[in-house]
Design a protein around this ligand. Structure first.
Ligand code: BES
Ligand code: MN
Ligand code: ZN
Length: 495
């Protein structure tokens, strides 16, 4: 989907469809009032007849309105004017795209960015429309023998009353790059384990490095052995697919500036290993590489928008399968950091690959390190599918991530990392064990990682509940690409 911003008179816009809002009680938005005048009250007449009451997120399509150049007008309900804020705006945008996709329109002009939303500026509205619009057109059925036709809606004009600011144009370009990054994240996430293997992820990283100014490096198991990554290697022992350790470097900033490192969990299928998971819904463990996919989507987005910042992506990638050679409960391994780990449950494999990646990250002398992982079922129990769990050893890093999260509405919630939880990881035989019991499972997983991140500012996002949807709408969500890219944009703007 292509987006542009245009200062224009709505009644003269020659598009397949114009979209304007109506508040509850039939009060027309400013853009709707302009159209109504040009159409000699055709819109107010419809409203008097109660065909459109202005109820939030309802829509009414009017074909061929006299006095208006566009072929159709879509009225969208905005709800009560006094209640119109962030959530309402997002609901309206979703309803708009859902209605447009039901029409044969190839293009549309949306007069929604002029609506006042409490606490939000024009750039925010533009960004949300672009991300939600792209999302609405997303299809992932290329593996069906007869894929459904692509969405007919291709071009969106964001109509506004005043000349768009240069900030608005920048947001437009950046948001399009973010939307494409999310599409990559979703495509990769949805791929099954027999296609999206560690080798496949490594190839995707190399492919990105051919298209964008990125440098890809892939370490093989032999290289990982030399580095002493025996915690990571303990996870790939049971798999016939070799583990890959992928790095992607983007140097858009000043050479003097330390990079921000993003670490993405890349388990391309998590069966649990010898601590085998139950069969029901096990297919969803193909999504256990969504951290990695979000890091790749983020790298593509920031490279495409030529962000002035240095960022490194690290992806430890492996399958987790049972086999005669697989790690067994009770096995003790030595991590790259030299700390020994008693593997009491082979299904707690994410932390085992991440800890070596976090140790490796120090090599970049990072400004900060953020890992993103579908780490624990316990996080889904704690926060559901709404918010990602955020942990950090640095309150200023946490608050910057939270503000990026609030701005994008890619929600995250700050979780505790108090020392009181650390003792749950005590082992009788090694420096630590890889599970901390049922209580506070997402927190003890973060505590485990915190033992490997003492030398730098670090944050951890547990995206187990937010990276994909189950059931009828099963599919990757592209989260937390909005949060991560916003954080990076904010950081680039600080310098
Ligand atoms: N990939 C899973 C976490 C997961 C589970 C994400 C369900 C989304 C939905 C992770 O590797 C895992 O299996 N974690 C275990 C940890 C436990 C053994 C301490 C879990 O959450 O059950
Ligand atoms: Mn697991
Ligand atoms: Zn896992």
């Amino acid at each position: 989907m292509e987006f542009s911003i245009k200062q224009s008179n709505s009644e003269k816009q020659r598009n397949a469809c114009l979209v304007v809002g109506v508040f509850a009680g039939g009060k027309l938005s400013l853009a709707a009032q302009t159209l109504d005048k040009a159409a000699q009250n055709a819109l107010s007449d419809v409203i008097t007849q109660d065909d459109m009451t202005g109820k939030l997120a309802t829509t009414l399509l009017l074909p061929r309105v006299a006095g208006i150049a566009a072929e159709r007008v879509l009225l969208v309900g905005l709800g009560k004017a006094s209640e119109f804020s962030t959530k309402q705006f997002l609901d309206v945008v979703r309803a708009t795209f859902a209605a447009l996709h039901k029409t044969p329109c190839k293009d549309a002009a949306l007069y929604l960015t002029d609506l006042a939303v409490k606490g939000r500026d024009e750039a925010w509205k533009i960004k949300q429309i672009i991300l939600l619009g792209t999302e609405s057109a997303f299809r992932c059925d290329h593996l069906k023998s007869a894929p459904s036709a692509v969405a007919t809606l291709k071009k969106i004009v964001l109509g506004c009353a005043e000349k768009p600011s240069s900030a608005a144009q920048t947001t437009l370009l950046q948001s399009a790059a973010i939307a494409e990054g999310m599409t990559l994240t979703k495509m990769l996430g949805n791929l099954p384990g027999n296609i999206c293997t560690p080798t496949y992820l490594a190839e995707q990283a190399k492919k990105l490095a051919k298209t964008y100014p990125l440098k890809a490096t892939v370490l093989e198991e032999k290289d990982m052995e030399k580095l002493g990554m025996f915690s990571l290697l303990s996870v790939s022992r049971g798999s016939r697919e070799p583990a890959k350790f992928i790095t992607l470097e983007y140097n858009g900033g000043d050479k003097k500036h330390a990079p921000i490192v993003l670490v993405g969990k890349g388990i391309t299928f998590d069966s649990g290993g010898i601590s085998l998971k139950p069969g029901a819904e096990m297919d969803e463990m193909k999504y256990d590489m969504c951290g990695a996919a979000s890091v790749l989507g983020t790298m593509q987005a920031i490279a495409a928008m030529e962000l002035k910042l240095n960022v490194v992506a690290i992806i430890p990638s492996s399958e987790n399968l049972p086999d005669g050679a697989a790690s067994k409960p009770g096995d003790i391994v030595t991590s790259m950091a030299g700390l020994t780990i008693e593997i009491l449950n082979t299904d707690a494999e994410g932390r085992l690959v991440l800890c070596d990646a976090l140790t490796y990250a120090a090599k970049f002398k990072p400004d900060s390190v953020i890992d993103i992982a579908t780490l624990t079922g316990a996080c889904v129990i704690a926060l559901g599918h709404v918010a990602s769990g955020l942990y950090s050893n640095d309150d200023s890093l946490a608050s910057e991530l939270l503000s990026a999260s609030e701005y994008t509405q890619d929600k995250a919630w700050h979780m505790p990392l108090w020392d009181d939880y650390q003792q749950q990881l005590d082992s009788n035989f090694a420096d630590m064990q890889n599970i901390g019991g049922r209580a506070g499972g997402s927190i003890t997983a973060a505590c485990f990682l915190s033992r490997f991140t003492k030398d730098y500012r670090w944050a951890h996002l547990d995206i187990a509940g937010t990276a994909w949807k189950s059931g009828k709408d099963k599919g990757a969500t592209g989260r937390p690409v909005p949060l991560l890219t916003q954080y990076l944009i904010n950081r680039a703007n600080q310098k």
